[in-house]
Every structure is written in structure tokens, then in C-alpha cells.
Design a protein around this ligand. Structure first.
Ligand SMILES: *[C@@H]1O[C@H](CO)[C@@H](O)[C@H](O)[C@H]1NC(C)=O
Ligand SMILES: *[C@@H]1O[C@H](CO)[C@@H](O)[C@H](O)[C@H]1NC(C)=O
Ligand SMILES: [Zn+2]
Length: 376
């Protein structure tokens, strides 16, 4: 909730004064902007609809090291907003959202981002996502519904907007595209190209996978799907391949007909992920959307290794970061303070916690290197 007007004004004045004193526009939780030639992917939620405190539902924050320091959200499922807020990235800079499909574990937290980002946002909020079998099932209808769902909220909050609305910050643009087009460019700005391709989830029209390319490096994110050749084709030559997984499944034949059908039509099992990784041979394969615990971890790796005996793989977890450059793919953990402040405005970032540019945040934010698991 935003603070009351007078307190907010005092806070803003204090922060602006501090910003002027330090001379730096804002500082991210690692204390530094993304380097040029780099894509940084932060996992906001690595889990499934069975959301739990340790694993929120699917969501990614993608930062690219272009001149604009562009940021993208890829999916924002149940709970994923919590980790987004904790990163300290100002919500007002998150104007570009890409949705793989409209299941709640991939889009349910959009409402909170929508209203939060409205404060201090100067550009419209844009949401890319697929069409569907009928217009009312598509992304544009969903975003119009979201806008209406939040109508009272946004109307009521407008009176405390410190900046005033002389910009396009309260506009929403749904950029719905034809889900069925293979390898189509859906975004091309400032050196970043994003492609979509149709995948197959619950045998419905709509779900897509995405690939983002920037200065010769890339990642591909499957969304939820069963294995389809379109996904493998999209991913060919990609650096980091994030595959939705379901399992481990000990004995498919022992499951009920309905459960088998669900898995066969909707999801990638770890064994199937192994086959896809083998076909694509990414610099890093990420098994995502799994419920991870001590017992499941070894079984998942074992299943993937059936089809992909070598090659770097990792099971995704919340706040795991993949930093891609031409030279290397680094895996890090995004450190977020448990009682972090989020940021509504780019201008009002928490300068108090940033003693100097490049230094770690005093409240504990930052990054920690984690090694890749051994390939056995
Ligand atoms: C998928 O949908 C098509 C057409 O809607 C149908 O013919 C086919 O039987 C479905 N397959 C499964 C596995 O449900
Ligand atoms: C699911 O796939 C497995 C393996 O391909 C197959 O043996 C099984 O019959 C399928 N079950 C259903 C319900 O489609
Ligand atoms: Zn899902």
C-alpha cells in the first residue's frame, strides 16, 4: 500500500535530496547495472500451481545490458511478485511483459504489478501474449478484464499519485499476436528481438514459447507444453534453455488414464527434457516448474540424464540467476533482504541503502556465485 500523501511527500523529498547528494540515478540490488553484452535472467518463481513459500509460481525478470537497460517480465504467476518486489528493481521500469499462456501459475500476479508500476511509470504498460481459439480467450481480453478488475483500485489511487498524470503511464497496451505463427518476431527494439512459436498445452490453442536474442546471445523459455518440434526448432543454437518440467514420474503406466493424459498432452517430463536438451545442446539447460526437495532432486537429474548424459543442467529454484555473455553462462543467487523495501518509482529508489555506486546494498541485497552442479 502506498503511504499516506504527506508521509509520501516527505519521503520523496528526502530521497530526491539524497539522490542529488550521491549523484547516481539509482542502484539495483547488486549495486551495478547490467553490463553490455549481457542478459541477466532472475527466477522470480520456479514452481508450479502447487505454490509454496520456497517456490513461487513461474516468473522471470530479464535484464539486458543495452543502453536503455531494458527489463522484461516473462510470466508472473502466483506469488512471483513477492520476489520481484524483493529484488528492488523499480516497478515503474517494468513496462514490458510477455506471457506464455494464461494459466494462473503464469499470470495471476499481474494485477499487483499493474497497479504498482503505475506510480512513476512514464510509458504505457505493454503486455505481449498469444491469441486463442476465440477472442474472449486471448491476451487482449484478459488484459482488458484485468484493467476492469482493478478499476476502483486505480481510480482510488490516482489522487495520491505524486507525479501527476501528464504522461502515458496509466495506459495499457495489450499486444496480442497470432499464437499459431512459427518463429515469428513479436518484439524488436533497442537491439533486442523476441520470437514466439506455438507449443501444445492441454491441447488448446494459445500457449507459446519465447526466445530472446540480444547481441548474439539468447535464451529460450518453453512455457508449459508437451514436447513439440516447434520448441526444439526455436531453441536451436540458444545459450540457455529453460524447459517446463513435470515429475519425476516413476511409472507413467501405473497412473490413472486421466493423469497419463494430462502429462502426455500438457507437460514435459524430465526424461523428455533430456531428449530436448540433447537435440538443442544449450550452454545451460534449466529444468523449471518442478517441486524441488531433497528426495525429488536426484530422481529428476537421473531422469534427464537418461537422454542427456553430459552437458550442464540445473534444476531451477527461486532467485537463481542466469547471467549470459558470449564468454560464459554464470549461475548466481540473487540475494534479497527478507524485509526489503520495494520501489515504486525509479527516482525514489532506496538510496539510503546504497553507500556508493557499485557497492553492495547495505540491507543485504546483491548476488552470490553458486557453482554449477556436477554433471553426474
Ligand atoms: C486434441 O484436439 C484435437 C482437435 O481439437 C482432437 O482431434 C484431438 O483428439 C485432441 N487430442 C487429445 C489427446 O485430446
Ligand atoms: C501416455 O504416453 C505413454 C508413453 O508415450 C503411453 O504409453 C500411454 O499410453 C499414454 N497414455 C495416454 C492416456 O495417452
Ligand atoms: Zn504452469
Amino acid at each position: 500500500m502506498p503511504p499516506p500523501r504527506s508521509a509520501a511527500l516527505l519521503l520523496l523529498v528526502a530521497l530526491l535530496a539524497r539522490a542529488a547528494a550521491t549523484g547516481s540515478p539509482w542502484v539495483y540490488s547488486d549495486g551495478a547495472p547490467v553490463q553490455s553484452n549481457t542478459i541477466r535472467i532472475t527466477t522470480l518463481g520456479s514452481g508450479s500451481p502447487d505454490v509454496r513459500k520456497e517456490q513461487l509460481a513461474s516468473g522471470f525478470l530479464v535484464e539486458v545490458g543495452n543502453g536503455e537497460q531494458d527489463k522484461f517480465i516473462f510470466d508472473l504467476g502466483t506469488g512471483a511478485f513477492i520476489n520481484l518486489w524483493a529484488t528492488g528493481v523499480p516497478l515503474s521500469t517494468l513496462t514490458k511483459v510477455f506471457l506464455t499462456h494464461l494459466h494462473s501459475d503464469h499470470h495471476a500476479d499481474l494485477a499487483t504489478l499493474y497497479v504498482g508500476a503505475m506510480f512513476g511509470r512514464k510509458q504505457p504498460w505493454e503486455v505481449w501474449g498469444p491469441s486463442a481459439a476465440t477472442p474472449e480467450l486471448g491476451t487482449a481480453a484478459a488484459i482488458e478484464g484485468l484493467r476492469r478488475f482493478m478499476a476502483w483500485d486505480t481510480a482510488a489511487r490516482r489522487h495520491i499519485d505524486l507525479v501527476g498524470r501528464k504522461d502515458d503511464g496509466d495506459k495499457v497496451i495489450a499486444r496480442e499476436f497470432d499464437f499459431s505463427k512459427v518463429n515469428q518476431v513479436v518484439y524488436k527494439r533497442n537491439g533486442v528481438t523476441i520470437r514466439s512459436t506455438p507449443v501444445s498445452h492441454y491441447n488448446t490453442s494459445g500457449p507459446v514459447a519465447y526466445r530472446l536474442d540480444f547481441q548474439g546471445i539468447s535464451f529460450t523459455y518453453s512455457g508449459d507444453t508437451r514436447p513439440v518440434p516447434e520448441l526444439t526448432n526455436l531453441a536451436k543454437g540458444t545459450d540457455v534453455l529453460i524447459l517446463q518440467n513435470m515429475g519425476p514420474i516413476e511409472d507413467l503406466a501405473a497412473l490413472s488414464y486421466e493423469s497419463q493424459l494430462l502429462i502426455n498432452t500438457s507437460h514435459i517430463t524430465p526424461q523428455q527434457a533430456g531428449v530436448i536438451f540433447q537435440d538443442v545442446k544449450p550452454r545451460l539447460g534449466v529444468a523449471h516448474h518442478l517441486t524441488v526437495n531433497a528426495a525429488s532432486r536426484a530422481a529428476i537429474i537421473e531422469d534427464i540424464r537418461e537422454g542427456y548424459p553430459k552437458g550442464p543442467i540445473i534444476i531451477n529454484e527461486d532467485l537463481t540467476v542466469y547471467e549470459i555473455t558470449k564468454e560464459k553462462v554464470e549461475v548466481k543467487k540473487r540475494l534479497v533482504p527478507p524485509r526489503s523495501w520495494g520501489y515504486w518509482h525509479a527516482e525514489s529508489n532506496w538510496q539510503a541503502a546504497a553507500p556508493a555506486e557499485g557497492a553492495a546494498r547495505a540491507d543485504g541485497g546483491g548476488f552470490q556465485a553458486v557453482g554449477l552442479p556436477s554433471s553426474k
